[in-house]
Design a binder for this molecule. Structure first.
Ligand code: 5GP
Ligand code: MN
Length: 338
């Protein structure tokens, strides 16, 4: 199925519709920022809109307009299914494979309702009737801004929508640092600030909302758990279930941790391997040409972008760490070429 461009939705959206917006498992700032940004925009335009997430997201995103009406499908699956089955269109934001939604993805795949994909991850699957898919763009929030422009709705971006989209762009660019941050990104950000986005407040709400436990967990990980392997230009952290419990782990507490490993001089590949609720999850980051999307897809049932990806593995955390370390020799040449 060849997806139609999202610009062709303008006519369909010219009368009130029942719409659902979904995003990926473990939603991050871009997932929630783009979903609530688009949700608020479509609601203001007269549509009935429901944002549904597969599971909970970090509390530093709870301040956004519309948060209290979001349905968490993990907690309320029947409610989520009810809204989904009545939808006329399902927007799928910041992912391109329904597998990224776990059980919620199975529910959506079974529905004969057209889907709209707005996403910037590589290697999209073909489930959407409409798509705006651009890999080189900084964030899904940037693409949502473009979509609003296609609907001739730029002037209707209020300060709440602007805050949401600003959050998505700010978080996915690591605060406007990552290479995908373009002149266009900054021009969009400038428009969002002109539309009322409170950039300093957004920064503070997202990045200055640490609990004492979170900061101490960071300190513990940096001091006690960082492993540096200069031979492979690799550094990684691990945290097991009991370490998470010791610091009263809350969702989002380890977000960004992996990036510290990548700031070490000479390191081009960083990993964070964590065990929570009996699951082992991996986060990968790289600098330059080393492709962690490929690495995560090949070995950890995951994916992502070239320089930021994730995945998971069955078995104990000890075995996953061993698997990770045993893979490094076969990548030694690539890691040393970066
Ligand atoms: P993080 O390490 O912050 O969880 O994720 C980094 C990037 O990898 C994000 O773009 C995220 O969407 C992607 N990612 C994380 N985990 C997975 C996964 O299990 N599967 C896929 N396909 N992508 C993932
Ligand atoms: Mn994103």
């Amino acid at each position: 199925m060849k997806a139609k461009p999202t610009s062709s939705l303008r006519k369909f959206l010219s009368i009130p519709r029942k719409l659902v917006i979904v995003t990926h498992w473990s939603p991050d700032g871009d997932a929630i920022g783009s979903s609530l940004g688009l949700g608020n925009f479509l609601k203001n335009a007269g549509h009935a809109v429901k944002v549904i997430v597969p599971n909970d997201y970090p509390s530093f995103l709870y301040w956004m307009r519309g948060h209290s009406q979001v349905i968490n499908a993990d907690a309320e699956p029947a409610k989520a299914s009810r809204f989904l089955s009545k939808a006329e269109l399902i927007f799928c934001l910041d992912f391109n494979d329904l597998k990224r939604l776990n059980e919620l993805g199975d529910v959506i795949a079974a529905l004969d309702i057209p889907k709209v994909m707005i996403d910037h991850h590589p290697e999209p699957t073909a489930f959407a009737a409409y798509a705006k898919h651009v890999v080189k763009v900084s964030s899904t929030a940037e693409l949502v801004y473009e979509f609003i422009r296609e609907l001739k709705g730029e002037k209707r971006i209020d300060r709440h929508i602007a805050d949401c989209l600003y959050t998505g762009i700010m978080t996915d660019t690591g605060g406007f640092r990552f290479p995908a941050t373009s002149g266009r990104t900054h021009r969009i950000v400038a428009n969002l600030i002109d539309a009322g986005a409170k950039n300093a407040d957004v920064y503070s709400r997202v990045y200055e909302d640490n609990s004492e436990n979170r900061l101490r967990l960071l300190g513990y990980a940096l001091q006690e758990k960082l492993v540096v392997l200069p031979e492979f230009r690799t550094a990684y952290f691990t945290l097991n279930q009991s370490e998470h419990a010791r610091f009263n782990y809350r969702k989002g507490d380890t977000e960004g941790l992996v990036n510290y490993a990548l700031t070490i001089r000479g390191i081009v590949f960083a990993a964070f391997i964590s065990e929570r609720e009996g699951q082992v999850k991996c986060s990968f980051r790289s600098k330059g040409k080393f492709d962690v999307n490929e690495f995560a897809r090949a070995h950890f049932k995951g994916g992502g972008h070239r320089n930021a990806a994730g995945g998971q593995s069955d078995g104990s955390i000890e075995n996953v760490v061993k698997k990770f370390k045993d893979l490094l020799p076969q990548y030694k040449d690539k890691l040393n070429k970066v």
